[in-house]
Design a protein around this ligand. Structure first.
Ligand code: NAD
Ligand code: ZN
Length: 353
């Protein structure tokens, strides 16, 4: 299946197909007719699994291939690794007509994408996402970034890929917890834009059944993200609907010092809490939070995370989406339709208590 993200002057395809990794070369050749060298960035977990297949396919399509392996984990999304990448790219004699390939999860995609956006004032890049989260979320939309001491994703750019290649087969090697993490974002798409898709997921919440429908799942999620990004590439309006569950999720991530809870776990609990809050505001129909919680629980995700008023306050105060004393929280008008809801931060904290 193919989706096209249409943006002014830089449209690109998202290809979703089993076995695509072994055909990466021909796909990249079509998208990058002029590139000579491809600089593949991956991490230490993904490299032994998928680097050889990918590099062989790229080489067979006539590309010169360099590769660079970073340590796995969020701590690699840092200025030190970025600088290391820049130097390695120059050592590999990357030129402005060459391209960067991100083979890995969201960490590799965000870091390699930011390196591509900045090296030689910007070179082409290709996303080959290998986690469920990266396939349904981070590889589409062009946000690339590294983390700073002051917070996550604070230095970055909008830099759209030339091509996104999704091979659902690579998801087979994901640990269960990492798969579940990605499912939190999948559920989010159902909540904010597609009630029928939510019901579809609720009928088959175990991993084997989900993998049986994975192409449809990837397509549905990427199609929603495509639509939202096309309407609001720079995140000044509709794109904030994608933050459903994320403002409160951020509080849980902070409360656990980014150690106790994964992003997906925090977002899962954040979605349930946001649905409860929506009901207390008179926006979200009663029973919605329970439906979401039921699905998340079946997926092995938490539906509530302990959090103090001070921790919520810290998260809300730091939230990039808040302006002044007001905050836009994403709430559900119904399961399948999200809207922004502006409210005083103080009123929000009171409602959360
Ligand atoms: P990750 O990249 O750290 O991957 C999770 C783990 O899975 C890692 O240990 C990785 O080595 C391993 N892995 C990857 N693919 C594998 C495979 N096929 N088989 C076995 N193991 C595999 O984390 P993630 O959850 O993919 O991404 C999280 C990052 O994405 C965060 O930094 C977050 O900020 C970012 N993100 C970015 C956007 C965006 O729009 N740019 C959106 C959401 C999240
Ligand atoms: Zn998220």
């Amino acid at each position: 299946k193919t989706l096209t993200v249409s943006l002014p002057g830089r449209s690109y395809d998202i290809l979703i197909q089993r076995g695509l990794l072994a055909r990466a070369g021909e796909c990249c050749r079509k998208a990058l007719p002029k590139a000579g060298r491809l600089f593949v960035v991956t991490d230490a977990n993904v490299a032994p699994l998928y680097l050889q297949t990918t590099a062989d396919s790229l080489a067979a399509a006539g590309f010169q291939v360099s590769s660079h392996v970073i340590p796995a984990g969020e701590s690699s999304k840092c200025a030190g690794q970025l600088a290391g990448l820049w130097e390695a790219m120059m050592a590999a004699r990357l030129t402005r007509t060459d391209a960067v390939v991100a083979l890995g999860g969201g960490v590799v995609g965000d870091l390699a994408g930011f390196a591509a956006a900045t090296i030689l004032r910007g070179v082409d890049f290709v996303q080959i996402p290998t986690t469920l989260l990266a396939q349904v979320d981070s590889s589409v939309g062009g946000k690339v970034a590294i983390d700073l001491e002051a917070g996550k994703n604070l230095a970055g750019a909008f830099w759209q890929p030339r091509l996104v290649l999704m091979d659902p087969e690579v998801l087979e090697t994901l640990p269960d917890a990492t798969f579940a993490d990605g499912m939190a974002e999948v559920v989010k798409y159902g909540c904010i834009k597609d009630g029928a898709f939510f019901a579809f997921l609720a009928q088959r919440p175990d991993r084997t059944a989900l993998m049986g429908e994975i192409e449809h799942i990837l397509y549905t999620c990427c199609n929603i993200k495509r639509m939202v990004v096309e309407r609001d590439e720079r995140d000044t309006g509709e794109r904030m609907l994608l933050n459903f569950g994320h403002t409160l999720g951020h509080a849980y991530e902070l409360a656990g010092h980014y150690q106790t809870w994964t992003h997906g776990q925090a977002v899962a609990a954040g979605m349930v809490k946001a649905a409860r809050l929506g009901t207390s505001l008179g926006v979200t129909p009663a029973g919605t939070a329970e439906k979401i919680a039921g699905l998340l629980e079946a997926l092995g995700l938490p539906t509530a995370i302990p959090c103090t008023g001070a921790e919520y306050a810290a998260a809300v105060g730091l939230d990039k989406k808040g302006t002044g004393e007001q905050i836009s929280l994403i709430v559900l008008e119904e399961l399948g339709h999200a809207i922004p809801w502006r409210m005083d931060k103080a009123a929000l904290l009171e409602a959360l208590a």
